[in-house]
Design a protein around this ligand. Structure first.
Ligand code: PMP
Length: 366
């Protein structure tokens, strides 16, 4: 039996995708070799890469004036690569910080551009989230201190550690750059609301090692400073994201996940399921006088649900029992403590129900 997987990332993948990858492992498409054993320049692999892009374009309705790139280095590399590609050193990048990942993005950018912290309930640069869970809401847009003529405004629509999600995206003058690592493809979005979207694969897309970027043509064309080709988005775009050897196996699995989402009924259907999964877990937590979630209701994440027991001395027993009940990955991030259930696209309602049932049993016995 497979375990109920609530890991924050790398995270659960759809079982059907894993089975298909398994079936095709030794002999992919009659080649007599695995897809990971062939050249990335082989026509058959180019077909995989192109199908992944076109399926993603369908799923997200990506307009023609946006390029789709498949890059390496994870979201962390983008914390640096974004300013390199779209802002000159004397320009300002505005950062709206709603948790630890946005904070890291701003810190990385600070050596490349002028960083303006437009909003930060955690009071950057103090690492206060380590002491108290200060990120529990998204500040109202009219409190954001945006810079006139900013090169971009960076946001993290879903903060994975704190379970804080932006449920609406404002219209701003500067292009919005969004780190969607933990909520891409979880809900319908309007790509045209953004200048640039990036997302590490290891939550809703596939294995770690590959990153999806969706970037508007005018941002690609900026070229504000001299940078090596390997960091240059435009060069990656010109070369079909194959300036060097890409992580071919991760790309192939991402392609299978895109086809799986299509087969489920697309992002609209997935979003419906995600809303139902999250609603069932939050409504149980809210109804219980044992567990609590501290995030403002308007900012609660549909992907990552942190929750606390009445005191942290119960945490070890909770996790031990969860292990016995085949519930994996529930330990909260060390900066926040408590528990966290990550309920990405591949996590089923059945797994969420199993978690709720275990939580009820534990609370009754504690
Ligand atoms: N941004 C967000 C929102 C994340 O959740 C993570 C990883 N959990 C990262 C960035 C960092 O990703 P990576 O480790 O792939 O660089």
């Amino acid at each position: 039996m497979r375990i109920h997987n609530f890991s924050a990332g790398p995270a659960a993948l759809p079982e059907a995708v894993l089975k298909q990858a398994q079936d095709e492992q030794l002999d992919w498409q009659g080649v007599g070799a695995s897809v990971m054993e062939i050249s990335h320049r082989d026509k058959k692999f180019i077909d995989v890469a192109e199908a992944a892009e076109s399926d993603l374009r369908d799923l997200m309705n990506i307009p023609a004036n946006y390029k789709v790139l498949f890059l390496q280095g994870g979201a962390t590399t983008q914390f640096a690569q974004v300013p390199m590609n779209i802002a000159a050193p004397e320009q300002t990048g505005d950062y709206v910080i709603t948790g630890a990942w946005g904070q890291k993005a701003a810190k990385e950018a600070a050596s490349l551009v002028k960083v303006n912290i437009a909003a930060d309930p955690g009071n950057f640069p103090v690492d206060s989230f380590a002491k108290a869970n200060t990120y529990i809401d998204v500040p109202d847009v009219d409190t954001w201190k945006l810079t006139k003529d900013a090169a971009y405004v960076h946001i993290t629509p879903n903060e994975t550690i704190h379970g804080v999600e932006m449920h609406s995206i404002p219209k701003l003058d500067a292009p919005i750059v969004a780190d969607m690592s933990s909520n891409i493809l979880s809900r319908e979005i309007n790509v045209a609301d953004y200048g640039l979207i990036y997302a590490g694969a290891q939550k809703n897309i596939g294995p770690s090692g590959i990153l999806v970027m969706i970037v508007r043509d005018d941002l690609l064309a900026r070229q504000p400073r001299k940078i090596p080709a390997i960091f240059n988005y435009a060069k990656h775009a010109e070369n079909g994201s194959m300036l060097n050897t890409p992580p071919t196996y991760a790309w192939y699995v991402a392609g299978l996940v895109f086809k799986w989402i299509k087969a489920q009924g697309g992002v609209a259907e997935i979003a419906k399921r995600n809303a139902a999964k999250a609603a069932s877990l939050y409504s149980y937590i809210d109804s219980s006088d044992f567990y609590r979630n501290e995030v403002a209701v308007r900012a609660r994440s549909r992907m990552n649900v942190p929750f606390f027991l009445p005191n942290s001395e119960l945490d070890a027993a909770f996790l031990k029992g969860a292990d016995g009940a085949k519930l994996m990955g529930l330990k909260g991030h060390r900066d926040v403590g408590g528990m966290r259930a990550s309920i990405y696209n591949a996590v089923t309602q059945e797994s969420v129900d199993a978690l709720i049932s275990y939580m009820k049993d534990f609370a009754a016995k504690a």
